[in-house]
Design a protein around this ligand. Structure first.
Ligand code: HEC
Length: 155
């Protein structure tokens, strides 16, 4: 019960941040991003470990080659996106326009490295967090799962 309440608070916090962003524009979004770096991990044990190691970051999606693994990755990625990225990048990967729309990333192999680098390290300019280092907190398996799901959303 307590856990549910906490999750609900986080969600409300996320919606608050999103509406602030819409109301006040990009600068506020970016400043708010520093304060709001809570994450909700999802289970990734159904996915194979990354070779040579989950902590050794690679630059191509390892889950695309095997259709069964890819399908599992997309299912987990959808959930992970909804819990951790949607509050800024928009529900179902559709951005409201201030934060980048992740459907427009370069698809497949050509966009993998860009995606995973931003996901891993985020983006800071002049000491301000623009995109939080989500990958530091959620790990590499979750990152490639989200990337797999975004493949299907590409436009
Ligand atoms: C607190 C808000 C916030 C959250 C949460 C967030 N992002 Fe971001 N993200 C941003 C902002 C702002 C940028 C744009 C940074 C810039 O270039 O100024 C960005 C940029 C990116 C980019 C680069 C996009 C491009 O077109 O260059 C990727 C990839 C990305 N985010 C992935 C993710 C993923 C995956 C998650 C969830 C695990 C996530 N982000 C969660 C705010 C957020």
């Amino acid at each position: 019960m307590k856990e549910i309440a906490i999750m609900r608070n986080r969600t409300i916090g996320g919606i608050f941040v999103a509406s602030l962003a819409l109301a006040a524009g990009a600068v506020s979004t970016r400043l708010r991003a520093q304060a709001d770096v809570s994450v909700q991990p999802v289970g990734t044990s159904a996915l194979p470990d990354i070779q040579p190691g989950n902590d050794q970051w690679i630059v191509q999606n390892p889950y695309r080659a095997d259709p069964a693994v890819y399908a599992t990755a997309q299912r987990i990625g959808k959930q992970a996106y909804g819990k951790n990225c949607a509050r800024c990048h928009g529900p179902d990967a559709v951005s409201a326009g201030i934060v980048p729309d992740l459907r427009h990333l370069d698809p497949q192999e050509s966009g993998d490295e860009w995606f995973i680098t931003r996901y891993h390290h985020g983006l800071k300019r002049d000491g301000k967090v623009f995109m939080p280092p989500m990958g530091e907190m959620l790990g590499q398996k979750t990152g490639w799962a989200i990337r797999s799901w975004l493949d299907a959303k590409h436009e």
